[in-house]
Design a protein around this ligand. Sequence first.
Ligand code: FES
Length: 140
Amino acid sequence: MGSQKSWIVEIQGRDRIEVSGEGAERRVHFIGCAKLLHFLESQKALHGKDPAQWPLPEGLDHHELLVKELILKLRGQWVHPYQEDEVCHCRTVSLQTVEEAILAGAHSPEAVSRWTSASTSCGTCRPDVARIIAFRLGTK
Ligand code: FES
């Protein structure tokens, strides 16, 4: 037997969705908040059990952004605009920290700076932060 492919999207320590298998064998496991639970259940009831077949959520709440990421990853359409692990080298702020701030509601460069300290020194990383926000929110 080969290894089973899986896809994971998460806000560490808060919400996590893991999908494994293909087609009829596809399985969705998650832990997280009631909003995420209800959203996943409603999408499954409306569009079937394979998230790859669901429409992309248009909302900007964390559960909608996570499910959008999941769907794009399942479809092979997740092409992130930033490829390094660290976004802000002055403050050593990782991509994961910036992403989690955006998912949690920091939807402007100023908010990401307040929540993470990214872009609070030389400012060189500010365009990257703005680009990551635009990608996440679909406003690029
Ligand atoms: S690289 Fe982010 S403030 Fe300098």
